[in-house]
Ligand binder design. Structure first.
Ligand code: BES
Ligand code: MN
Ligand code: ZN
Length: 518
């Protein structure tokens, strides 16, 4: 998407739609802010009239299109209610541009201008990033399967956006942040696309192909392990879950290694760069397997690779923004199906780590594929930290809904930092406990571990299971069962996949420094 910053008077913007955000209007005065009086005059007083008549109050979410009687630079005005000025935050700025761009699309506009609102306590470069994110995220639609009478529907081209500031100190920083916002939002939209694709269009092989395609586009080194290699490496968890489907499992490894060329020690010996591993659950469809799920809403389980989507989207952003750390993204992809070859309740799997797991429920499959990916990451890269994303438990959805991601882990410093990064990126992640009692609950009788421990504290026992495969490495687990997709529509979020976690991860990794112990 094309986004420009223009420094000048709002009236000078020659656009199809000029969005004018207005804070709550004083009920008695019913006045347009004086900063807009030149614009109002050029429009023949059309803006102040609407405000004076009390038709526009500046309530958050309010929208009003106005057509100027005198043709000027802007073909239409869009008044956008912003509510109280001291309440305007990053989310409000994202919502603002999303609403403006969506109206622009409805009007088939080629250009949209937006008068940057005075956001207290938010610098202009910050605001530019948030507004750019909102524009790109707000325009997202999953339209791959829509047709016009059998032919693929042609999408309405997106309008170019101009953000208008009357003055600005740090224009070059702001332009950089526009680019960053676009990169983040495009990466989040990639995650949304992957998660929204149904199971027949998103098998483990197709997920690996999508990761490889993204990697080629941005220049990441990516490797895909197929079944013979998974067998050779004894990845019993991934193979066990995948064996019931005719769509074979895959392990995908994406490597962002910025120091691979430059950073060599004086003696020519390569300095060991700390590695951070991101791990994603990539169950492309979760029927539950032999412990089959009830049929209502089973179709939602096409989203059960949302954790993988987050990792793939984040790797794109990490590479494009050239985050100065080695980051390895690993996706464990499989389809969980019931069939004659499926793994069964009672089976005992020997995992990649060597530990054995009794299957009490084939629907607790995510932890099995993740366990192999975590153990593989830990052994191969000896990372300084591991973070996994997974639509892991219904318990998480019930506990936190789509308002927060469940956050559990083994290192308090890492947990705190993830929570803070979530706050900064408006992707809330909220801590939950991981007790010895939870660890005890996943111990086995005829095996080292069991893969299910009943309904109580389901999110914590799932995390306790994962923890058995991370060794001593600082690790956090993010359960995105509730936040990975939604039916609650927001200004920049439609029904379906959210791409949650991409912004959080980039926020966290941009400020990365060594962890405190425990
Ligand atoms: N993918 C599901 C979790 C899920 C359920 C996510 C609903 C989003 C909405 C996961 O594989 C699963 O089935 N978990 C079971 C585990 C149980 C059998 C221990 C669950 O949460 O019921
Ligand atoms: Mn399941
Ligand atoms: Zn699942």
């Amino acid at each position: 998407m094309q986004i420009k910053i223009k420094i000048g008077r709002p009236g000078e913007a020659k656009v199809d739609v000029l969005a004018v955000p207005l804070f709550a209007i004083d009920k008695k005065k019913k006045q347009l802010p004086s900063s807009l009086s030149a614009l109002d005059k050029a429009a023949g007083g059309a803006l102040s009239l609407v405000v004076k008549q009390g038709d526009f109050k500046g309530v958050a979410g309010e929208m009003q299109t106005i057509y100027p009687a005198i043709p000027g630079n802007a073909k239409r005005f869009l008044l956008l209610g912003m509510g109280a000025p001291d309440k305007l935050d990053a989310e409000g700025l994202r919502a603002l541009t999303a609403r403006a761009m969506k109206l622009g699309r409805a009007k088939h506009a080629k250009s949209v201008g937006i008068v940057a609102p005075a956001a207290k306590g938010i610098s202009a470069p910050d605001a530019c990033q948030f507004m750019s994110e909102g524009a790109v995220l707000g325009l997202y639609r999953f339209d791959e399967f829509l047709t016009d009478n059998g032919k693929k529907k042609k999408p309405v081209p997106n309008a170019a956006l101009t953000i208008v500031y009357s003055r600005m100190k740090d224009a070059s920083a702001a332009r950089g942040r526009v680019k960053r916002g676009i990169t983040l939002a495009d990466s989040q939209n990639l995650a949304r696309d992957l998660s929204n694709r149904p199971g027949n269009a998103m098998t483990p092989v197709l997920l690996a192909n999508a990761a490889a395609k993204m990697s080629r586009q941005v220049g990441l080194r990516t490797k895909v392990m197929e079944v013979p290699e998974l067998k050779r490496r004894k990845m019993g968890g991934i193979l066990g879950v995948g064996q019931g489907s005719c769509n074979p499992p895959r392990l995908i490894v994406m490597d962002h290694n910025p120091g691979s060329k430059a950073r060599t020690k004086a003696g020519g010996k390569k300095a060991k760069q700390p590695v951070i591993c991101l791990i994603g659950k990539g169950i492309t469809f979760d029927s539950g397997g032999i412990s089959i799920k009830p049929s209502p809403a089973m179709g939602e389980m096409k989203h059960d690779m949302s954790g993988a989507a987050t990792v793939i989207g984040a790797m794109r952003a990490i590479k494009m923004l050239n985050i100065p750390h080695r980051v390895v993204g690993i996706v464990a992809a499989a389809e969980n199906m019931p069939s004659a070859t499926a793994y069964r309740p009672g089976d005992i799997l020997k995992m990649y780590s060597g530990k054995t797991v009794e299957i009490l429920n084939t629907d607790a499959e995510g932890r099995l594929v993740l366990a192999d990916a975590l153990a593989y990451a830990n052994e191969t890269y000896e990372p300084v930290a591991m973070l996994d994303f997974a639509t892991l438990t219904g318990a998480c959805m019930i506990a936190l809904g789509d308002w927060a991601t469940g956050l559990l882990g083994s290192n308090q410093d890492l947990i705190d930092r993830v929570q803070e990064a979530g706050q900064r990126s408006d992707e809330c992640a909220w801590p939950l406990p991981l007790f010895d009692a939870h660890r005890k609950a996943v111990r086995g009788h005829v095996s080292d571990l069991v893969n299910a421990a009943g309904r109580e504290a389901g999110m914590s026992t799932a995390a306790a299971f994962l923890e058995a495969f991370v060794g001593k490495t600082p690790w956090v687990h993010m359960d995105i069962a509730g936040t990975g997709w939604t039916s609650r529509i927001g200004a920049y979020q439609g029904r379906g996949a959210t791409g949650v976690g991409v912004r959080l991860l980039v926020e966290l990794l941009s400020e990365w420094k060594p962890l405190k112990k425990r």
